[in-house]
Design a binder for this molecule. Structure first.
Ligand code: SF4
Length: 382
């Protein structure tokens, strides 16, 4: 069971930290450091680091090459359901939006997965709105049983679950959980979450730890950019990351940087996060944590994603559709948000290759999973 809990300082405190360490001298010191503490991260996220963005990019690229080589892992999301009991102001799936709702049958979900498999995807991310009565743990266990022999890894981005539920999913072949806090600013969190279980800020904040405690091989955290000050979200992400590393050193960690995209409901971002700002955030977190996997999804445009190859991100989604059933039936409505990069997986991979990097479709197999007793767990035995 999880014993300790992560808490996040008030954003006023984080703002003070950035102001205190936001000087050119501290930025340069952080760029020269082998190991960065949270004060160094604050310096790299500060306005003082904006003039040194090329230096941040170079350091971030150097660390990324040393730790990950010239590779970018490729994955695809598979949307299973757009039912949701929550009312998030910024999301097309919000319970208040009048969209066509569906949850895929097991056969439909398998068909979608096999389309992705046929396109060459080996890493798959199962995504759904948060409606446990429509799509719960039993559904995921059954689907994992159907897919686990065909994919190198199965990840989920669904409603927060209990530790025992994560343990059951891990036993069924799901090895990775992504759960984004959306914003670490409590005030703004309550302002944009109007109803449903998601209103409980602390329960969500403790979810990555529950997944890690259950033995998940990988846990992903993230903030939805466009809600609160991105510098402070970056600092909060760094603190969360460092806490998870200290408490769950066996779990691999990833961070996502989804920027708000146009969606049903017409929500407008509360703050602007430009590509330049997003770049600074990515570089700062890479320098802060050399081992963390950094995701850049198809929310971003092809031009920006191409330009970021080799500078920090290690994982790209490709050929994504955000409507349940949308791979087999592209005409279906009910997407979560509109994507910014419309290239196929082959096109994304070709552009990565052109930049001298390898798009990696498979870099893990369940056979590698080491059990507590030191023995190996084969995919067939899962
Ligand atoms: S962000 Fe997630 S929880 Fe909120 S409405 Fe969308 S699908 Fe539901």
């Amino acid at each position: 069971m999880t014993q300790d809990t992560f808490t996040i300082p008030d954003f006023a405190e984080l703002r003070q930290l950035v102001a205190t360490h936001g000087h050119a001298a501290e930025v340069l010191r952080a760029l020269r450091s082998e190991r960065l503490d949270i004060n160094g991260l604050a310096a790299l996220l500060s306005p003082a680091a904006e003039n040194l963005l090329p230096q941040l990019a170079a350091r971030s690229g150097q660390i990324t090459a040393k730790r990950f080589g010239r590779t970018i892992q490729i994955y695809a999301p598979l949307y299973l359901s757009n039912f949701c009991i929550n009312r998030c102001a910024y999301c097309g799936f919000s319970a208040g939006n009048r969209i066509e709702r569906r949850v895929l049958t097991m056969a439909e979900a398998e068909e979608e997965a096999m389309i992705l498999h046929g396109r060459g995807f080996k890493h798959i991310l199962l995504v759904s709105g948060e409606a446990p009565a429509r799509l719960g743990v039993d559904y995921l266990v059954e689907l994992a049983a159907r897919l686990r022999e065909r994919f190198a890894s199965i990840s989920i981005e669904v409603q927060p679950l209990e530790e025992e539920e994560y343990a059951r999913l891990f036993a069924s072949g799901i090895t990775s959980v992504a759960v984004y806090q959306e914003t670490y600013d409590r005030g703004i969190y309550s302002q944009v979450h109007h109803g449903g279980r998601k209103c409980d800020f602390d329960y969500r904040l403790a979810t990555p730890a529950r997944a890690a405690a259950a033995g998940m091989r990988e846990v992903g955290i993230g903030a939805l950019l466009g809600l609160a000050d991105w510098r402070l979200e970056g600092l909060a992400l760094g603190m969360h990351l460092a806490w998870l590393r200290r408490h769950y050193w066996r779990t691999a960690l990833t961070v996502s940087f989804p920027r708000l995209r146009p969606a049903e409901g017409g929500f407008q971002p509360l703050v602007t996060v430009s590509e330049r700002m997003l770049s600074q955030l990515i570089f700062a977190l890479r320098i802060f944590d050399p081992d963390v996997g950094l995701l850049l999804s198809t929310r971003e445009e092809a031009r920006f994603r191409d330009g970021m190859v080799g500078l920090g991100p290690t994982r790209y989604s490709a050929g994504s559709c955000t409507a349940p059933g949308g791979y087999a039936h592209p005409e279906l409505a009910g997407e979560q948000f509109s994507v910014g990069d419309h290239r196929s997986m082959q096109e994304v991979c070709a552009d990565i290759c052109r930049r001298g990097y390898d798009p990696v479709r498979k870099d893990w197999d369940a056979t590698f999973q080491i059990q507590d007793g030191g023995g190996e767990m084969s995919a067939a035995a899962l």
